[in-house]
Design a protein around this ligand. Structure first.
Ligand SMILES: Cc1cc2nc3c(=O)[nH]c(=O)nc-3n(C[C@H](O)[C@H](O)[C@H](O)COP(=O)(O)O)c2cc1C
Length: 379
């Protein structure tokens, strides 16, 4: 047994994570059109559930139909959706992972096609296939990219209705059995469109200075925290920097993290970018853990636990992030698609599970026996 920091438990409120590995939220774009999970999702999350992570966060769930990115996102705006998500939460929990989920309103980045179909704004051709574009909402009436849908600037009614939708979605997420919840305030989606001065040109109380631009995030957070059980942890994913001139900065994120902490947010999940880009498809070379410095800075300056994410792929690097106190949880995204057993394999690589006891006994028993045989002296 080693003292791998990555495999130490973490308790937040009434929830204990068995280790510091989180499977990062990743939309699968595989719902038919009703926001309901299906056999694909059962298989996908079943695959992640048995991988040994301390928590598996499902893909983002739309809080309203127009809050989806594509027609094929999952949703949680109906009780039927919450009911259908129950088996997924159960599967994750039964495998020892804290069942987690994320709430999204896509804002001006909604009404697009699936990434592998071009990720373009829906058009008349899509309407002819049965997937028409829908009117999008944002802080201001500015499209995310040239040629994309122009959103409607939200009025007071839209804002109140959307905050209510987050509140109702949170109640449903608790009823579905999730025990860790995240508000998606990153990647150019609705909340981020309020935060950034590049996308929020409002002159009312929901815009203007940083406090005005943060007001929507804080109002959503208050509504969510009020609906989310007091013994369960809540996180918020921020794009810690816009990475564009005159955009949202790391120091803005520190200020947001301080305000979120005061509202009962337990963790800040530190991502970046996506305001006007295609979010997951920008092709630039990046080093391992390129966003870890954001998690480190926010943890230190705001005194709030953080989640580090972004191109973390090797056990030694992930372990060092935790051991050096740069973040409290490490989220693994695409590497968990490549290898859904990443956490189990990391425990082997770091010597944290020599007896294969983290594995399901129907596999671990055999693997331990095989490992012992490999070490046995030759006869
Ligand atoms: C297919 C895919 C879907 C994603 N969907 C979401 C999502 O629903 N919510 C979110 O916050 N981030 C989403 N992301 C971003 C990931 O959670 C993660 O932050 C990003 O992939 C960087 O981590 P990685 O380098 O380990 O993949 C998605 C990424 C991918 C590849």
């Amino acid at each position: 047994m080693t003292d791998a920091a990555l495999f130490t438990p973490l308790t937040i409120r009434g929830v204990t994570f068995r280790n510091r590995v989180m499977v990062s939220p990743m939309q699968q774009y595989m719902a038919e059109r009703d926001g309901l999970p299906n056999a694909f999702h059962a298989q996908h999350y079943g695959r992640q559930a048995i991988g040994g992570a301390g928590t598996v966060m499902t893909e983002a769930l739309g809080v309203t139909p127009e809050g989806r990115v594509t027609w094929h996102d999952l949703g949680i705006w109906t009780d039927e959706q919450a009911e259908t998500l129950k088996p997924i939460a159960e599967t994750l929990g039964a495998a020892g992972a804290v069942p987690a989920t994320q709430l999204i309103h896509a804002g001006r980045k909604g009404s697009v096609g699936r990434p592998w179909e071009g990720y373009n704004p829906l058009s008349e051709a899509d309407a002819a296939r049965g997937f028409p574009p829908w009117p999008t909402l944002a802080a201001s009436a500015a499209p995310a990219n040239p040629g994309w849908h122009e959103p409607r600037a939200m009025d007071e009614d839209d804002i109140a209705r959307t905050i209510d939708a987050y509140h109702a979605a949170t109640r449903r997420a608790a009823r579905a059995g999730f025990r860790f919840l995240e508000i998606h305030a990153a990647h150019g989606y609705l909340i981020h469109s309020f935060l950034s001065p590049l996308s929020n040109r409002r002159e009312d109380r929901w815009g203007g200075d940083r406090a005005g631009r943060m007001r929507f995030l804080l109002a959503v957070t208050e509504a969510v925290r009020a609906a989310w059980p007091g013994d369960l942890p809540l996180s918020v994913r921020l794009s810690c920097i816009d990475d564009q001139p005159e955009g949202w900065t790391l120091e803005d994120s520190v200020a947001a993290a301080c305000a979120l902490k005061a509202l009962g947010v337990d963790l800040v999940d530190c991502s970046s970018g996506g305001l006007g880009e295609r979010t997951t498809t920008r092709m630039i070379r990046r080093p391992e853990g390129y966003q870890v410095p954001f998690a480190e800075r926010i943890r230190e300056a705001a005194g709030v636990p953080t989640i580090a994410v972004g191109l973390i792929t090797t056990p030694a690097f992930a372990d060092a992030v935790i051991r050096e106190g740069r973040a409290d949880i490490v989220a693994i995204g695409r590497e968990a698609l490549f290898n859904p057993h990443w956490a189990l394999h990391a425990a082997q690589a770091l010597g944290a599970d020599p007896g294969f006891s983290d594995w399901h006994p129907s596999w671990g028993w055999w693997l331990e026996k095989r490992a012992r045989a490999a070490r046995a002296p030759a006869q």
